[in-house]
Design a protein around this ligand. Structure first.
Ligand code: ZN
Length: 241
């Protein structure tokens, strides 16, 4: 079984289309989406439509919940709040209802996979899983072999070795047969690791790979400008930060 995990599209339809184009060239049997379909970007309805039709599981992220009022956006930064307000007026009623019904986490017992937008511990608190100490705590909050997370927009693979030590990698990692692993697949629509290409994960048995895909970010930037979205959100797409 070969499957893919994508996250944090943030209404960047150009990035999402390029990722799906890349996925079509591989022998992928299942695609999971970890949330944040909307927020920041200019095409929320188009992104939700494509995600819904192509992904086996579609989860909610903090921006999705922020748009439909299920999470308080007072802790979001000013640009994120402006983008949430813009999304509220530009999303269709149908897609808003769709967002409202998404769950925060999912467990696929057959594949031995847990999925969550932020962290397996307290998924509705939107914590960030950034390093080995965050991972250490979170290994205690799921019981499958793999757990996939998004939210930080920075890809990271953390394997728990039989010794209890944690081994990290950012590109590609073979995971020992009996070992457990937390994988942050990075962000499709707003990468923040200094690489402006879209990011997602492909899992082929024991091999986990973070795939990067170039896309036409100037197309997204043009649409954001026309939509009147905040300039810093437009500019960051060029640098991937
Ligand atoms: Zn996000």
């Amino acid at each position: 079984m070969v499957y893919a995990v994508i996250s944090d599209v943030h209404a960047n339809f150009s990035a999402l289309k390029s990722v799906f184009f890349d996925l079509k060239t591989r022998n992928i049997q299942k695609i999971y989406f970890l949330g944040d379909a909307v927020g920041y970007g200019p095409e929320p309805n188009e992104c939700l439509e494509l995600l819904k039709s192509e992904c086996r599981v579609v989860l909610a992220g903090n921006h999705d919940w922020g748009v439909c009022g299920l999470t308080d956006i007072k802790n979001f930064n000013v640009y994120a709040r402006q983008a949430i307000e813009w999304t509220r007026t530009n999303i269709s009623i149908y897609h808003l209802e769709l967002l409202r019904k998404l769950s925060l986490s999912f467990r696929d017992e057959d594949e031995g996979v847990s999925l969550v937008h932020a962290t397996p511990c307290e998924p509705d608190r939107w914590h960030y899983l950034m390093d080995v100490s965050d991972a250490e705590l979170n290994f205690g909050c799921f019981n499958t072999r793999f757990c996939f997370v998004g939210h930080s927009h920075r890809p990271l693979i953390i394997e728990k070795l039989p010794s209890g030590d944690l081994a990290t990698e950012r590109r590609k990692k073979h995971v020992g047969r009996d070992n457990r692993c937390i994988i942050n697949c990075g962000s499709v629509g707003q990468p923040r690791d200094g690489d402006n290409r879209a990011s997602y994960a492909v899992i082929d048995e024991d091999m986990v790979e973070i795939v990067r895909v170039s896309y036409d970010y100037s197309d997204t930037q043009k649409k954001m400008e026309q939509a009147g979205l905040p300039l810093p959100l437009i500019e960051r797409l060029s640098v991937g930060l």
